[in-house]
Design a protein. Structure first.
Length: 292
């Protein structure tokens, strides 16, 4: 007799483990999409902020004038980082690159001073750069301005397409995730449909009947979310171990938002699915329970 009584408990326990694992796997996939969307946004900003705008200066500009120009550019709202390259530094870099000193056979330093600008991500587009270039050329010490306009346009177009694809994928996977978790929860409720009906027969209210199922769903959702967050955290750590530079793109706010989203969805989806499934069996009559 003792063995027969323990069988339902073991069966329900296995169902809970199965539900927890399947929910955790779905949450991992959903978390990966949320993580990818947020990372793609940071990657877009990182790529844009690494575009270099080179401002060539006149031959007769003095060091004090160059310093004043650099200080002025640092105050501009579109500048993220600024690097000043003097004539002497440019000659040294080119000598190292070519293996010979051009000034030895030319008699003079053929290079001019320049300023390399890195723009903030919001300004790294062709339209903004045309306005910025127009303003910079008003300075008489600026002789030329160069930047990879074609590459910038190509990168911006590709990043927009990637963001759109990831957003669509996130919406689709959210729908699929809800459907999978709902079906898994429904199977667990199906196995206990006669227990629900028995509680109805003895006069238990719907709220009283729902309560243990909701607590159980809450516990499974919490555990599944913790497992999913742990797997995602391990994945991020593995990426960091392989390439520490990924922290330029995978920031702490991305990890926090992803973890929080997975945790919240794990609880909300399982609770909502449990309510939906319990209510379905509560509305059924005794005869209908044998037909499904």
């Amino acid at each position: 007799m003792g063995k027969s009584r323990n069988k339902p408990r073991v069966r329900h326990g296995l169902q809970g483990v199965t539900l927890c694992i399947s929910t955790a796997m779905v949450l991992i996939l959903l978390g990966m999409v949320v993580f990818s969307v947020l990372t793609a946004r940071n990657l877009s900003a990182y790529v844009k902020e690494n575009f270099t705008v080179t401002v060539m200066l006149g031959e007769n500009i003095t060091n004090s004038e160059s310093q004043r120009l650099c200080n002025d550019l640092k105050k501009r709202p579109y500048v993220s980082h600024i690097t000043y390259i003097s004539k002497e530094q440019a000659l040294k870099e080119q000598t190292e690159a070519m293996g010979t000193d051009p000034s030895e056979f030319l008699g003079v330093n053929p290079f001019v001073a320049s300023i390399e600008l890195r723009l903030k991500a919001d300004y790294a587009n062709t339209d903004s750069l045309k306005i910025i270039e127009k303003k910079l050329r008003r300075n008489t010490n600026v002789t030329d301005i160069t930047y990879p306009s074609d590459l910038m346009d190509s990168v911006n177009r590709n990043l927009q397409k990637i963001n759109l694809v990831l957003l669509i994928l996130a919406v689709l996977l959210a729908c699929v995730s809800f459907s999978l978790i709902n079906n898994t929860v429904k199977l667990g409720m199906y196995a206990r449909r006669f227990t629900i009906h028995t509680m109805k027969l003895v006069g238990a209210s719907w709220g009283f009947i729902r309560r243990p199922f909701l607590y159980n769903a809450l516990g499974i959702g919490l555990l599944a979310a913790i497992i999913a967050d742990g797997v995602l955290a391990f994945g991020v750590y593995a990426l960091y171990s392989y390439e520490p530079a990924v922290l330029n793109v995978i920031t702490w706010d991305v990890m926090a938002i992803t973890g929080g989203t997975v945790f919240l969805l794990g609880i909300l989806i399982t609770l909502f699915c449990a309510i939906f499934s319990v209510n379905k069996f509560l509305r059924m009559k005794a005869g209908d329970l044998y037909k499904i």
